[in-house]
Design a protein around this ligand. Structure first.
Ligand SMILES: Cc1cc2nc3c(=O)[nH]c(=O)nc-3n(C[C@H](O)[C@H](O)[C@H](O)COP(=O)(O)OP(=O)(O)OC[C@H]3O[C@@H](n4cnc5c(N)ncnc54)[C@H](O)[C@@H]3O)c2cc1C
Length: 441
C-alpha cells in the first residue's frame, strides 16, 4: 500500500450511496478497506459507535477521522478538501487546465448517452460527474422498464455499463462539479468548484435534478438519523419499524413498495386525493394495501419530525384536511393536526433541476429552473438560448423524467452539438483561408 491515508468505508448490501462512495475513491485511485455491515451485528454496532450514533451507510473514515455519509463526503469533494485530506490536492497555480471541444455536465443517463454519441463523432467529450456520479438511477436496484433488459437491470449496473461504453469511444470522465459557465467569451470558460478551469467550444447540460426536502422542523437534525431521501439505501436499517413515505409520484410508490420488505407497516402521506404516479405503481401499491402492508393517508402532509440523533425518529406531526393541501389550510377548523408514531421517514417529493452553474448565462429557464430548449421537430431540438449550449434529460424534461427519455435527449444533444461544432470548424477554416487574401490587398 502507498503512503496514502487509511480510508475505511462501512457499507451494506443494496446501498447505492455506498457504491457511489466506493466509485469516488476508485476514481481517485485511492485504496480503501470496506466493511460490509449487512448481517454482521458487531460491525454494525462498531459503525454506529464510530459514526456518533448514525445508522446509515456508507460511513467514511480517513485516518480514523469521521468524514460521514455520502452527502458529507461529496460536499468535501466539492470544495477540494477531500483531496487535501487524501494528499492528492493539485497545488498548481495554472488556471486553465485544458481546452476541450465538448464538455458534458453530468454522468446520469442523459450525460452518458450524450458521451457515447459524442465520442463516436470524434468530439472527445470531457464528462464532469457532479455530486451524484451516475445520477439518480444509481439509487434504484431494479430498473424494469429500460428496453433491452427483459429480466430488469440494477441502476448502478446500467450506469457502469454506459460509462464503459462512453470510455470505449473516447470520452473522459472526471470527478468534479461545475460551478459556472461563462458564455460572454468563446470558447466558453467552465470553472469547477475546486478551482479547475476548462475552456470548451460546446457544452451539454445534462445535470439532472436532485431530491427535494420539505424544510420543516426536525429535518436537518434527523436527516441520516431515521429521515432519508433514499429508501433503497436506508430502508433495511429500520427493519420491523413502522415507516412513513411522503409523496404521491412514481418514486413514492416505488419506495413504499420496496419498504414493505422491512417495515411492519408502510404509511404513505400524500397531500392530495389522487396520486400522480403511473397506474402500474398505483396498482402495485393497491395490492400491498389489500395485503395489509401499506396504508394510505390521503390529503395529509408532514409538518414536523421528532426524535434525536441518538434514538432516531420517534414520531411525526401530520396535518389532514379532506379538501387537500392541508398546509395551505392550517387556519381551516376542519384541518386536523395529529401526532403519529413511526420509526423512519422517507421523503419522495420530487426534484429540483440542477442549474445553478448556468444562472449567469443567457440560457433560459422556466419558473422552477428547468432549462428551456428549442424542442419541436427537426434538428436543434436541444439548443438553449445560447448557441453552443445544449440541454438534455431531467434538467430540461420536468414531465417524462424517465431513463429512456433522458437517454433519447442525450443522443439528440450530442448530435446537435456535433452539427454546431462542425459549423464552427467550417467557419474557422474559411476565416483562415480568407486571411492571406486580406493580407495581399
Ligand atoms: C429512486 C429512483 C428510481 C427510478 N427508477 C426509474 C426506473 O425504474 N426507470 C426509469 O426509466 N427511470 C427511473 N427513475 C428516473 C431516472 O432515474 C431519471 O429520469 C434519469 O436518471 C434522468 O437522467 P439524467 O441524466 O437526466 O439526470 P440524473 O440522473 O439526475 O443525472 C444528473 C447528473 O448531473 C450531475 N450534475 C449535477 N449538477 C452538476 C454540476 N453542477 N456539474 C456537473 N455535473 C452535475 C449529477 O452528479 C449527475 O451525474 C428513477 C429515479 C429515482 C430517483
Amino acid at each position: 500500500m502507498s503512503d496514502q491515508p487509511r480510508v475505511e468505508i462501512y457499507t451494506k448490501e443494496d446501498c447505492p450511496y455506498c457504491e457511489k462512495a466506493k466509485d469516488l475513491f476508485d476514481s481517485k485511485g485511492i485504496e480503501y478497506e470496506e466493511y460490509n455491515v449487512t448481517g454482521d451485528d458487531d460491525r454494525f454496532e462498531e459503525m454506529v459507535e464510530r459514526a456518533n450514533g448514525r445508522k446509515t451507510a456508507p460511513e467514511v473514515f480517513i485516518d480514523d477521522e469521521l468524514i460521514g455519509g455520502w452527502d458529507d463526503t461529496s460536499a468535501l469533494n466539492e470544495t477540494g478538501e477531500l483531496d487535501e485530506k487524501l494528499g492528492i490536492a493539485d497545488d498548481s497555480d495554472d488556471e486553465i487546465v485544458e481546452h476541450r471541444k465538448l464538455i458534458i455536465a453530468g454522468t446520469g443517463i442523459a450525460g452518458l448517452t450524450a458521451a457515447i454519441y459524442a465520442g463516436r463523432a470524434n468530439n472527445e467529450p470531457l464528462v464532469i460527474e457532479g455530486d451524484e456520479p451516475g445520477g439518480q438511477l444509481t439509487l434504484t436496484t431494479d430498473v424494469a422498464n429500460y428496453p433491452g433488459f427483459p429480466e430488469g437491470i440494477g441502476g448502478p449496473e446500467l450506469v457502469n455499463n454506459m460509462k464503459e461504453q462512453a470510455k470505449q469511444f473516447g470520452a473522459d470522465l472526471k470527478n468534479g462539479i461545475i460551478e459556472s459557465v461563462d458564455d460572454s467569451q468563446r470558447p466558453f470558460r467552465v470553472e469547477l468548484t475546486n478551482g479547475d478551469v476548462y475552456t470548451a467550444d460546446a457544452v451539454i447540460a445534462a445535470s439532472g435534478a436532485s431530491a427535494r426536502t420539505l424544510d420543516i422542523p426536525g429535518e436537518d437534525e434527523l436527516m441520516g438519523y431515521g429521515l432519508s431521501t433514499c429508501a433503497t439505501c436506508d430502508g433495511a436499517f429500520f427493519r420491523g419499524e413502522d415507516m412513513l413515505v411522503v409523496g404521491g409520484g412514481d418514486a413514492a410508490m416505488e419506495e413504499a413498495t420496496f419498504l414493505t420488505k422491512f417495515a411492519d407497516t408502510v404509511y404513505i402521506a400524500h397531500r392530495r386525493e389522487e396520486f400522480r404516479a403511473e397506474d402500474y405503481w398505483v396498482d402495485r401499491v393497491q395490492e400491498k394495501v389489500e395485503e395489509g402492508e401499506i396504508e394510505i393517508m390521503k390529503n395529509t402532509e408532514l409538518i414536523e419530525v421528532h426524535g434525536s440523533q441518538e434514538e432516531g425518529v420517534d414520531y411525526v406531526t401530520l396535518v389532514e384536511n379532506e379538501k387537500g393541501h392541508p398546509t395551505d389550510r392550517l387556519d381551516d377548523p376542519e384541518t386536523n393536526e395529529f401526532e403519529f408514531d413511526v420509526g423512519a421517514v422517507f421523503l419522495a417529493i420530487g426534484h429540483t433541476p440542477n442549474t445553478e452553474y448556468l444562472e449567469d448565462t443567457g440560457v433560459e429557464m422556466d419558473d422552477e429552473g428547468y432549462l428551456e430548449t428549442q424542442g419541436g421537430d427537426g434538428g436543434g431540438q436541444t439548443e438553449t438560448a445560447v448557441p453552443g449550449i445544449f440541454g438534455a434529460g431531467d434538467v430540461v424534461d420536468y414531465h417524462y423524467q424517465q431513463a429512456v427519455t433522458a437517454a433519447g435527449m442525450g443522443s439528440k444533444a450530442a448530435l446537435d452539438a456535433d452539427e454546431y461544432l462542425e459549423d464552427l470548424e467550417r467557419a474557422d477554416s474559411s476565416a483562415e483561408e480568407a486571411e492571406p487574401a486580406a493580407a495581399d490587398d
